[in-house]
Design a protein around this ligand. Structure first.
Ligand code: ADP
Ligand code: MG
Length: 398
């Protein structure tokens, strides 16, 4: 993968694909973690004498929609960079945008409008990629969180300009690569979140490499029901029951423990203050939903993780947005933070939980990519990495 060390930025207009897919609240950036994460790359390019044209997506707009404008991000970025950031409101592919970036001087920064306003972005339309390529003389991909997307602003443009990975991209690939290629053992994976279907690939590819997996969140109920449990009104992916059985068989064949919850916190509705009961995970009463792992499971997961040397965690253990169903997720976050191990957390919601507890700096690595980190762990590469030349054997085992 080509990196910034190979780029001479002086006097160049550098087009940078960043990941500014941040939560907005009434026109203000609610959490600037992803914007902060881009600053080292931007500062390095600016101090090297470049002018910067930044582009990103935000949310899932269907065509142009001012509610998904990146304008508020420009304001937040100005504060972080401590220099002016000009926002260009026209479509990134338009002549107006081309004119706006034509006269940029070294040290100047412009932020383009949401690339998802472009119909061709997700289709990786070659004409759109060409329009992007006209905006810079070199391309830097630093949007790790989007590097699993075959979109025009990620891979399309990378193939048309001299292109390099930014420092965030590099850091993510190194941190996650360690989980794949040279983890210290014992090595455990903790998975939670909403859907088994999002995480099948990673379960299959990591099972042979790990010493065990702990599964919580809604996805546990698909396994519990497949194993013959009564899960009441808990979330189950009925079309994934066979798959869950197959994964459990595979874990058994490999002699790898696949820990499921023994007890869960159940309620009849997802609401703060709802009546709750702690029930066996395989005997949830009809009409009740398992919304968090229970206290016995919290302890079992903590004791399985004690003494581990490597842990990857993705997905909350319950509906952590709504207390008291956040207790299991908070407990796992605290357990991991206290370990003397290489700990990596990835996934928008799990990372939000870690941040809420102020525990981020007690993890070895907090990934800015949810889907991207899972896909990287599953396949060992991503379309964005391939577009930058792929990983050499030395990069895989440094
Ligand atoms: P991440 O963003 O960390 O990758 P996911 O997006 O896969 O995680 O899943 C997060 C969602 O899963 C949260 O919105 C959470 O409320 C939901 N969730 C977790 N456990 C349960 C459960 N037992 N029942 C219903 N939803 C759950
Ligand atoms: Mg999520």
């Amino acid at each position: 993968m080509r990196t910034l060390g190979e780029l001479q930025p002086k006097g160049k207009r550098v087009l940078v694909r960043v990941d500014y897919n941040v939560p907005l609240d009434e026109g203000r950036v609610q959490d600037d973690t992803r914007i902060r994460a881009s600053v080292p790359t931007l500062e390095r390019l600016l101090s090297g004498g470049a002018a910067l044209v930044l582009m990103s997506h935000l949310g899932r707009p269907k065509g142009y929609d001012p509610a998904f404008s990146l304008a508020p991000v420009a304001t937040a970025l100005e504060t972080l960079l401590q220099r002016p950031v000009r926002f260009v409101p026209s479509l990134p592919s338009s002549a107006a945008t081309r004119e706006a970036v034509a006269e940029l001087a070294a040290g100047q920064v412009v932020l383009l409008e949401n690339v998802r306003f472009e119909a061709g972005e997700k289709k990786n339309d070659p004409a759109l990629a060409e329009a992007y390529a006209r905006l810079g003389e070199a391309f830097v991909l630093d949007a790790f969180g989007s590097a699993h997307r075959e979109h025009a602003s990620v891979v399309g443009v990378a193939r048309l300009l001299p292109s390099y990975a930014g420092t965030l991209m590099e850091k993510e690939v190194k941190a996650l690569g360690r989980l794949l290629h040279h983890p210290e053992h014992p090595y455990w994976v903790v998975l939670g979140g909403a859907k088994v279907s999002d995480k099948i690939g990673v379960i299959e590819s990591l099972l042979p490499k790990v010493d065990g997996m702990a599964i919580g969140g809604a996805m546990a109920f698909t396994f519990l029901e497949a194993a013959g449990g009564e899960v009441g009104a808990s979330l189950v992916e009925r079309d994934k029951l066979d798959l869950a059985l197959r994964l459990m068989d595979r874990a058994r064949a490999l002699d790898k423990p696949l820990l499921l919850p023994s007890d869960v916190v159940a309620a009849r509705e997802i609401r703060e203050g709802a009546e709750t009961r702690v029930v066996p995970a395989d005997a949830v009463p009809a009409g009740w939903m398992g919304l968090d792992i229970g206290p016995a499971t919290r302890e079992a997961f903590a004791s399985a993780l004690t003494g581990t040397r490597t842990v990857f965690w993705n997905g909350p253990m319950g509906v952590f947005e709504t207390p008291p169903f956040d207790a299991g997720t908070l407990a796992v976050a605290e357990t991991l933070a206290a370990l003397d191990a290489y700990t990596v957390v990835g996934g928008g919601d799990s990372v939000a939980a870690v941040n809420r507890l102020g525990l981020a700096d007690r993890f070895s690595h907090v990934s800015t990519g949810g889907g991207a980190s899972l896909e990287f762990l599953e396949r060992g590469t991503l379309p964005g990495i391939e577009a930058l030349g792929g990983l050499s054997p030395e990069e895989v085992v440094p």
